[in-house]
Design a protein around this ligand. Sequence first.
Ligand code: GTP
Ligand code: MG
Length: 294
Amino acid sequence: MSTPIDERGPQRGRPRARRFRAPSAYARTGMGTPEPHASAALAGAAPALLAGGGPPYGSLRPCAPTLPTVQTARPLRSTITPRIIEVRRNILKDNDLRARALRQRFAAAGVRVVSLVSSPGSGKTALLEALLTRLAPAARVAALVGDLATDHDARRLARSGAPVRQINTDTLCHLEARMIETALLDWDLAALDLLFIENVGNLVCPSSYDLGEARRWVLSSVTEGEDKPLKYPTIYNSADLAVITKCDLAEAAGCDLELLHANIEAVRPGMPVIACSASTGAGLDELLANLRGM
Ligand SMILES: Nc1nc2c(ncn2[C@@H]2O[C@H](COP(=O)(O)OP(=O)(O)OP(=O)(O)O)[C@@H](O)[C@H]2O)c(=O)[nH]1
Ligand SMILES: [Mg+2]
């Protein structure tokens, strides 16, 4: 199937939340001056699967930037708390700078980047499998996929024929911009039109980390309960599109789709929503049209 992607490039205008705001760390930047980047060719047209590849992320402290700060009257605590805040600020600032540089590289290379975030098992990989299978024969599309361990998802995605690389974060519950940098080191971005990034399954931490993507999709499956947007508003406010997945199971799961829509609207008024099923193919044309409209 030929699925052309138009060349208008990433757009930044998306509706803003009224009641909840994304952390400042996810404040996105506009396109800046392109910077040079590594341009070794992709390893042929065959799937470039690098199982467990990349740097040893295990030395990183898990989730340090998102540690909650506890206010207490005890003197020891009150001297420690400001340090935690300082570390968090520095890490997020470093990530923002790297993400900005990535966004400039993506823009210079003409590659549109879409990231997927959701809780574990919401159907990110299944949706990407379905989209890559439809796109890969004609479009120049690739994927990075993050998990703490295993290369299961990369193997699933590579069956589409698209270049895929697994990022193993070991103890870390989210992807960071420097991991994307490393994973792309030997990829020629100019050889791509579209790059998907599947984040680690987590509805909390990924909201704080800009990956340089042009679009972020937040997935919510019908089996998770309709209240997830209300419980995790930050992730919805860091995203551009809400995707309701596994719609073929809605009735069996007793999911009230109207209520789910209403809850998304409550945390993020005006947010576009697409309901789909990777199993039946419902909604996939709408998602492909959304990609073409980037
Ligand atoms: N019926 C049905 N099952 C689905 C659908 N999408 C995914 N699943 C199933 O849901 C389970 C989890 O799907 P994954 O695609 O692995 O979910 P994920 O979000 O990538 O999971 P993590 O990467 O572990 O966070 C698998 O058993 C899928 O087959 C769907 O549209 N319909
Ligand atoms: Mg997955």
